[in-house]
Design a protein around this ligand. Structure first.
Ligand code: FDA
Length: 389
């Protein structure tokens, strides 16, 4: 069996690449259905892009690598495609675009684009390994039988290691290494934090808008959510991409409130009110009661000196917590790190050492923030490779 272009993985990147890679294209995937992660993304509505996508929204050893591809296939290009298919969408929070109805519409659109391009799709076809002897020889298992597919071009779009239950295998990294292409260190990202004790179990389900930061990473303004196992919510998922084991994260629990003025006013107006009650009007009161010991929230307002109020304000703005870990690949939305971009052309995603070998999507060391950036990278890198083939 021989094709001109074989694409490994029928996820976002693989399907989109197939629509642009010219004739004689075959896409293989071991899943029963194509685009499984698209289906569950964005709570079933697929946050398919972010209108303000820039290289700053990605983590990579080479922060400039993604620029070229992102510039040549922009969020508006994808919006044009989606709108052309009559798929209704809306902007949820600043720049984040979601389907009005169902993520399945995006999968159907990608399948139609593949059909239009004449690309074939083989599901339930697991990739075992790839070798090269003048052409790429990909060993697969299909219907319980081993077979080899030969191709002039090979596009690796097998994603990362996140959510093995959904078919993630990390085989793209192995293929890269088999061809002598290094893979940067990988770890789960956009993932909830865990704590060795069950300290947030009592307030599980409580959320609050916060500013959060890990390390020297950017500060994210979004919601924090307490869970049985620790801390989650978009702010924590964002921060997780910048966090390393053993480090603390810093959370501002009162990002939009002048808490000093608020407490001083309460001291004048309601001197006998407990400080926990006053704080309960600006933060979920269950959370305040839960944190009362950590922040020494005893006494009524009258007993709070200016200094004590100032110190509390600082403590609430710089609450430091040290997670024991994360929920790992089991729930991580993405894998940080991947195929070393130094070995790929930023214009075409082709390997600099092996002509005709391309890596696209999540398996490359380009990892987006939460908010549609990862799909935008999938589309842009797939377009770069597809149009280069
Ligand atoms: P993807 O993982 O989509 O596809 C890889 C394909 O390769 C899979 O179909 C897999 O079955 C196949 N494969 C793997 N190993 C194989 C093997 N050995 N043989 C054959 N096939 C193999 N991003 C975003 O921008 N907006 C969002 O709303 C969300 N939401 C979201 C929710 C959840 C729960 C998750 C887990 C992730 C997201 N993401 C997201 C991230 C987004 O889903 C992710 O970045 C893209 O799906 C990556 O696309 P790829 O095509 O690179 O990999």
């Amino acid at each position: 069996m021989k094709v001109k272009t074989l694409i490994l993985g029928a996820g976002a990147a693989g399907m989109f690449c197939a629509a642009h890679a010219g004739d004689d294209v075959l896409v293989v995937d071991h899943s029963k259905t194509a685009g499984d992660k698209i289906r569950i993304s964005g709570g079933g509505r697929c946050n398919f892009t972010h209108l303000e996508t820039t290289a700053k929204n990605y983590l990579s050893q080479n922060p400039h690598f993604c620029k070229s591809a992102l510039a040549r296939y922009t969020p508006w290009d994808f919006v044009g495609l989606v709108s052309g298919y009559g798929i209704a969408w809306h902007e949820k929070t600043q720049g984040q675009l979601f389907c009005d109805n169902s993520a399945k519409e995006i999968i159907d659109m990608l399948r139609s684009e593949m059909d239009k391009a004449g690309a074939k799709l083989w599901l339930k076809t697991a990739v075992i390994d790839v070798t090269f002897d003048g052409q790429y020889r990909t060993r697969v298992t299909r219907d319980g039988q081993d077979m080899v597919i030969m191709s002039d071009n090979l596009v690796v779009a097998t994603g990362g290691k996140s959510i093995p239950k959904m078919g993630a295998t990390g085989i793209g990294y192995k293929i890269a290494e088999d061809f002598g292409i290094p893979v940067t260190q990988t770890r789960p990202a956009l993932v909830p934090f865990t704590f060795s004790d069950a300290r947030f179990a009592g307030v599980s389900g409580i959320s609050a808008p916060v500013l959060a930061r890990a390390n020297d990473g950017p500060e994210f303004a979004d919601a924090l959510l307490c869970t049985h196992r620790g801390l989650s919510g978009p702010a924590m998922l964002q921060v997780s991409s910048y966090w390393h084991k053993g480090e603390e994260i810093t959370i501002n629990l009162i990002p939009s409130i002048d808490i000093v003025a608020h407490l001083k006013k309460a001291r004048t107006d309601h001197p006998r009110k407990a400080v926990t009650t006053v704080l309960g009007s600006v933060l979920p009161s269950r959370l305040i009661n839960h944190l009362a010991e950590d922040f020494a929230l005893t006494d009524v307002c009258a007993q709070w000196s200016d200094k004590r109020i100032d110190d509390l304000a600082t403590a609430l703005r710089q609450w430091q917590v040290k997670p024991s870990g994360t929920e790992g690949y089991r729930t991580a939305e993405v894998t940080l790190g991947g195929v070393d971009t130094d070995y790929l052309s930023s214009k075409t995603m082709e390997s600099k050492t092996h002509k005709g070998l391309y890596f696209i999507g999540e398996c490359v060391d380009v990892t987006g923030w939460l908010g549609g950036y990862n799909f935008q990278w999938a589309w842009a890198s797939a377009y770069a490779a597809g149009t280069a083939i």
